[in-house]
Each structure stands twice: as structure tokens, then as C-alpha cells.
Design a protein around this ligand. Structure first.
Ligand SMILES: *Cc1c(COP(=O)(O)O)cnc(C)c1O
Length: 453
């Protein structure tokens, strides 16, 4: 066992050392070689060392270098060193944190992280936190608590009775709602398409003045950090307008919540301290390994009621049973990685990380506009949208950048325009990575101009 674990650590270490020089997306040869991991499953057993060797030889090259400094896709960061190391140790611990009695340390670290996060993000101190797989499940969980609360206020027990015959719930979203929130609504029986959509401005922010009069059980979903522009809905204004209406406000703050860790950026995310539930990701800007999401619910009784397995599933002596905060029963101890990330960064380190990535995003925007390309958003956070000409040219440039391998950026559509999206969200991104990526993007985009000219 000891040799095996050392071998795994040594291979992991070699993989990480290689991130600096390798291309970001795997090449065709690496993808081809994945076939050696398939084929019919053999009858006889193989030694764990052989299995590890095979996986590293054919698996490692076929990865995307998200953990490196030049990956700018999907707002996901790379795992912080302390978080990765803790995750490896926690793998050995093999804890099941469904119940506190099954993992005292797993349950303890979740409580510690809850208290640290609520304090550093300046949320109401009574807020409860559930450790889920990602922002999709955090949206699901927060909205389940919302569904419980708005129906309970009408005397309806949705966990017992379901939605059959229940008072209808009005769900209000901004027109730029993230698809994962709509997916969560669909899984909750609230429907993707029966939402009321509020128009947005040119940056994708909900127009608070367009909110309808609230009547009956209502859930209003705001967004902190638009996945394309990084813009924030005017949450303070929305909360003020809904004051006393009984509406539940849920915020999808998958990456935008972390702006609150910086005193400079915090005003952008103002109002989140007034909402009822917040969904965010650990595996995006906090830079912990997958999969890690967090749901914050201000009144814990609604979260606990929505997540209870049975009405009689009583909390026994423990103030916080982990499984009453999330959909899962058995699961890994996600609090370990979050704890290690926070412990290693400290509040100042986290603030520096967030501010540095935002500064790097502004540098991308400034350099790409200076090179003559069109930046389509106000770069208020870590997101940059850039177009290289016609939609066709933009698509071809994005594909060429991905093939080139110096960096990786995805394509998107922004209010009818094709654009490339640069999300700067990793602790590993250095200023040198940014400059090398800018140089590659400019070179590739100019090549396309000379070719099409
Ligand atoms: C990434 C993202 C999500 C979904 O998060 P997952 O971790 O992929 O489930 C939801 N909302 C926003 C705004 C996001 O950026």
C-alpha cells in the first residue's frame, strides 16, 4: 500500500510539473491513445501499481490542463496546492460525512468552514451552509428550501404532499438566468418555462423596475455574476422592492459571491446579505478540486425541512447533521478541501486572488482592444467577451486558439453576437501566463485576417 500511494503521489507530482510546458487541450494523438483504456474487461485481477501506471500513461495526456495557468474556460479555477493535497489525504481517510457520527472530522470541518465563510463573506451569522457537488445542485437545494418556505406560509407541506393541488408558485427570473437554475427548477417540478422573465440591460442585469407586483407564493431568482459579462443584478434594489412581500429571494452567485471577499469589489455584490438563499461554487473561484458547491440558506429550518428524508428524521443531539443540509446521504467530506483552501489563503490571500484575477481580466481587455478587437462587455469582474470580426471569423479564431494549445478559451453568444469568453479564475494564472496568452490570441487572430484578406 505504501509504495502504491507514493507512486500515485509521484505521478501526480510529475503531471503537475508538466502543466507549465504542455499544451492546454490534449492533441489528437493523446485522444487516440485513450482507446488503450477501453476494450473488454479482462477476467483476471491486475496489480494496483499496473493499473495506476496504465492510467497515467494513457489518461494523463488526454486531460485538459485546467489546473494550469492558461486555462480560461467556463469560469473554473485550478485546485490550490493546499486544497489538492488535503483532497488526496481525505481520499485516504475515506470518510462518509452523511452523518456526524460517521465522520466527526468531516462534520466538524463543515461547521468551521460555514462559520469562516459566513464571516468573511459578511452574510447573516445564522446562515446555514450545505456542501453539494456544484452550483447546479446548490441552486437546486436553495430553491427546494424556497419551495418549502413559500408553500409552508400558505399552510401547504410540500415535502409530504408534493405539488399536486398545491397553491401555484410564481417563479421570477432575469432574462439572463443561467441554464443550471432552469434545470434546478425543472427537477423541482417548478418548470423551466413557466417562469416570469424580467428584461435585462446591455450587461445582462435584471431591470428591477420591471418586477411585477407580488401576489401569492413567489420565488425571485437574482444573479450575482453573469456567466458572460460578470455583471451583477441590482440585488439591493430588488430586495428593497420585495421588502414585506413574502417573496423568497434566491441568488445564483456561482462565482460572483467571491467578490465579497475583497473590500474593493464587495460593493458589486451588495445586497446578497439580504437574500434568503445563495448558490455558489467552491470549484470555481475558491479553487478547490471538483466537485464542490455551497448553498447558503439564511433560515436553516427551511433548508433542514426541505432536505429531511422523513418528517421523523430527527436531529439527535447534534446541532447540524450534514445530510439535513444537502440532497445526498452518503458523500465525501467536501469540507476538507474547502477548509484547506481557506486555511492556506487566509482572508487576505483570498482577497488578493480575487483582485489579481480581476486585474488580469482588465489586462486582457485592454490588450485585445489595443490590438483592434472588439471587447463586448464592461469588464467589472473576471470575464472578458471579445469578437474578432464576423461571427464566422470569430468562430474560426476560437477554434484555432483551442488547437494552438497556448491557452484555452470557449465560445459564447452574447445578445446575438458571437464572442470568445475569457474567464480568469485561477490562482495558478501568472501575469506571464496572461501575456503569453494575449500574444497567442493576437497572433492567431491576425493570421486569420491575413488569410481571409
Ligand atoms: C457555473 C455556473 C453554474 C453551474 O455550476 P456547476 O458547478 O457547473 O453546477 C450556475 N450558475 C452560474 C452563474 C455559473 O457560472
Amino acid at each position: 500500500m505504501s509504495d502504491l500511494i507514493k507512486a500515485a503521489a509521484s505521478r501526480a507530482s510529475a503531471f503537475i510539473a508538466g502543466l507549465e510546458s504542455r499544451r492546454v487541450a490534449p492533441d489528437a494523438n493523446a485522444l487516440e491513445q485513450m482507446q488503450y483504456l477501453s476494450g473488454p474487461l479482462q477476467a483476471e485481477s491486475r496489480s494496483p501499481l499496473e493499473v495506476l501506471e496504465e492510467l497515467d500513461r494513457y489518461g494523463s495526456p488526454a486531460t485538459v490542463a485546467c489546473a494550469g495557468g492558461r486555462y480560461f474556460g467556463f469560469v473554473t479555477g485550478g485546485a490550490l496546492p493546499a486544497a489538492l493535497a488535503a483532497n488526496m489525504l481525505a481520499g485516504a481517510w475515506d470518510q462518509n460525512v452523511g452523518m456526524a457520527i460517521g465522520s466527526p472530522i468531516g462534520a466538524h470541518l463543515e461547521r468551521v468552514c460555514r462559520d469562516w465563510l459566513v464571516s468573511l463573506l459578511d452574510l447573516p451569522r445564522e446562515t446555514e451552509v450545505g456542501f453539494v457537488t456544484g452550483a447546479t445542485m446548490a441552486n437546486f437545494t436553495g430553491l427546494a428550501a424556497a419551495r418549502h418556505a413559500v408553500l409552508e406560509a400558505r399552510g401547504w407541506d410540500v415535502e409530504r404532499q408534493g405539488l399536486f393541488g398545491a397553491p401555484p408558485i410564481t417563479v421570477i427570473v432575469g432574462d439572463e438566468v443561467h441554464v443550471s437554475l432552469l434545470k434546478a427548477l425543472s427537477m423541482l417540478g417548478l418548470g423551466r418555462e413557466r417562469v416570469v422573465r424580467i428584461p435585462v440591460d446591455a450587461q445582462g442585469r435584471m431591470l428591477a423596475s420591471a418586477l411585477p407586483r407580488i401576489d401569492g407564493p413567489t420565488i425571485v431568482c437574482v444573479q450575482a455574476g453573469n456567466v458572460n459579462t460578470g455583471a451583477f443584478d441590482p440585488i439591493d434594489d430588488v430586495a428593497a422592492r420585495l421588502q414585506g412581500s413574502g417573496a423568497w429571494i434566491h441568488a445564483d452567485a456561482a462565482f460572483g459571491l467571491w467578490a465579497r471577499a475583497s473590500s474593493q469589489l464587495k460593493p458589486l455584490a451588495g445586497g446578497l446579505e439580504r437574500v434568503d438563499s445563495i448558490a455558489t461554487d467552491g470549484h470555481k473561484w475558491l479553487n478547490v478540486p471538483y466537485d464542490s458547491g455551497l448553498v447558503f440558506v439564511r433560515e436553516r429550518k427551511h433548508l433542514n425541512a426541505a432536505m429531511a428524508a422523513t418528517a421523523a428524521y430527527l436531529v439527535q443531539g447534534e446541532d447540524r447533521e450534514p445530510n439535513r443540509c444537502v440532497p445526498e446521504m452518503s458523500r465525501r467530506a467536501r469540507g476538507v478541501d474547502v477548509w484547506a483552501a481557506l486555511r492556506s489563503l487566509g482572508t487576505q490571500g483570498l482577497s488578493d486572488l480575487i483582485e489579481r484575477n480581476c486585474r488580469q481580466a482588465r489586462r486582457f481587455a485592454e490588450a485585445l482592444s489595443a490590438a483592434g478587437f472588439r471587447v463586448r462587455n464592461d469588464v467589472v469582474l473576471n470575464q472578458v467577451l471579445v469578437s474578432f470580426g464576423t461571427p464566422d471569423v470569430t468562430h474560426r479564431v476560437i477554434a484555432a486558439i483551442q488547437r494552438d494549445g497556448t491557452c484555452w478559451c470557449g465560445g459564447t453568444q452574447w445578445q446575438g453576437h458571437a464572442a470568445m469568453r475569457i474567464s480568469v479564475s485561477s490562482w495558478a494564472t501568472t501575469d506571464a501566463d496572461v501575456e503569453a496568452s494575449i500574444a497567442a490570441i493576437v497572433r492567431i487572430a491576425r493570421d486569420h485576417y491575413s488569410q481571409s484578406a
